[in-house]
Design a protein around this ligand. Structure first.
Ligand SMILES: Nc1ncnc2c1ncn2[C@@H]1O[C@H](COP(=O)(O)OP(=O)(O)OP(=O)(O)O)[C@@H](O)[C@H]1O
Ligand SMILES: [Mg+2]
Length: 126
């Protein structure tokens, strides 16, 4: 279970899935999956992965993707109607949920965006 603001979490996943559909369209499919992985402190980390099989992103762009208004190919992104704010919002929402964003991409093979959250602690019984 992820503890957080429902509307913000919906907006986060909406942004990642919209990007995968928009920029990864040539790959023909998008995979969304959820896993729980052990974290270093013994708790579990919840990971929501959005993967596409489009053109991917060159490594030099990866560190800057979450900057406001940053777009890899301005002409192309503009024709796709983007403002370059989606991923900065994603990062902001993750920060507010004590989470982090991992981005992996092999150019020409696709891109994977992974939203990682600390597992919600069970509510105390009393
Ligand atoms: N799945 C993806 N595959 C390839 N490039 C991507 C992918 N997701 C994002 N990008 C690149 O990262 C840039 C920033 O993405 P971001 O979501 O912040 O902005 P946007 O999609 O252009 O606009 P907005 O989300 O505000 O409508 C995009 O313009 C695009 O160049
Ligand atoms: Mg976007």
């Amino acid at each position: 279970m992820i503890a957080g603001d429902r509307e913000e979490l919906l907006r986060l996943f909406e942004n990642l899935i919209e990007n995968a559909l928009k920029y990864g369209a040539s790959g023909g499919r998008v995979i969304v999956s959820l896993t729980a992985t052990p974290a270093t402190d013994g708790t579990q980390e919840i990971r929501v992965m959005v993967r596409d099989f489009g053109p991917g992103i060159a490594p030099e762009h990866l560190p800057r993707l979450t900057e406001r208004f940053y777009r890899v190919d301005v002409g192309d992104s503009r024709s796709q109607g983007g403002t370059g704010l989606g991923l900065s919002l994603v990062k902001h929402i993750l920060n507010r949920h004590r989470g982090r964003l991992l981005i992996e991409s092999v150019p020409k093979q696709g891109a994977t965006f992974i939203a990682c959250f600390p597992q919600a602690k069970p509510a105390p019984l009393i």
